[in-house]
Design a protein around this ligand. Structure first.
Ligand SMILES: CC(C)CCOP(=O)(O)OP(=O)(O)O
Ligand SMILES: [Mg+2]
Ligand SMILES: [Mg+2]
Ligand SMILES: [Mg+2]
Length: 136
C-alpha cells in the first residue's frame, strides 16, 4: 500500500475576549480530548473557506474574515500525519455555539485561553506549547 502523505486540518480559534471556544471530541480520533472547531481542508478550498464552513457545520456560528494565526505539524502515528492551519476570528459577546454534531462532540464551551481543559487534542496542545501569542 503506498504511504498516504500528510493531510491538512484547519483549526479555528473563535475568541470572545480572552475566552476561546473548545469542545470535547467524540467518535473519531482524538476522542475524549478538548479541541477547537475545525476539520479537513477539502480539495480546492482556501483556508478561509474551510474555516468558515467547518465552524458553521460544527457550531452554527457564521464567522467572517478569519485570519491565519499559526500552523503545527503533528505525526499522530505511522499512518496519521496532519499539518494543522489555525485560523483566528474574534466574535461578538452575544455569539453562542450550538452542538450541531452531537456524534462528534460532547458540547462547546468558552474557556479562558490559559485554562483550556486537558487532555487537549494533540494539534491544540502543540499550538499551546508553541510561540503563538493570541493577545499581542
Ligand atoms: C485531525 C485534524 C487535525 C483534522 C481533522 O479534523 P476533524 O476530525 O475534526 O475533521 P472533520 O471536522 O472534517 O470531520
Ligand atoms: Mg467538521
Ligand atoms: Mg470536515
Ligand atoms: Mg471537526
Amino acid at each position: 500500500m503506498s504511504p498516504v502523505g500528510p493531510k491538512v486540518g484547519v483549526g479555528v480559534l473563535l475568541f470572545k475576549g480572552e475566552n476561546v471556544l473548545v469542545g470535547k471530541r467524540k467518535g473519531s480520533h482524538g476522542s475524549g480530548t478538548f479541541a477547537l472547531p475545525g476539520g479537513h481542508l477539502e480539495l480546492g478550498e482556501s483556508f478561509e473557506q474551510c474555516a468558515i464552513r467547518e465552524v458553521l457545520e460544527e457550531t452554527g456560528v457564521e464567522i467572517r474574515d478569519p485570519v491565519f494565526a499559526y500552523a503545527t505539524n503533528t505525526v499522530f502515528n505511522a499512518t496519521t500525519h496532519y499539518v494543522t492551519v489555525f485560523m483566528r476570528v474574534d466574535v461578538e459577546p452575544g455569539v453562542e455555539a450550538k452542538l450541531m454534531e452531537p456524534d462528534k462532540c460532547e458540547g462547546w464551551m468558552w474557556v479562558p485561553w490559559d485554562s483550556i481543559p486537558e487532555p487537549m487534542f494533540e494539534p491544540l496542545q502543540a499550538l499551546k506549547e508553541s510561540r503563538y501569542q493570541p493577545f499581542g
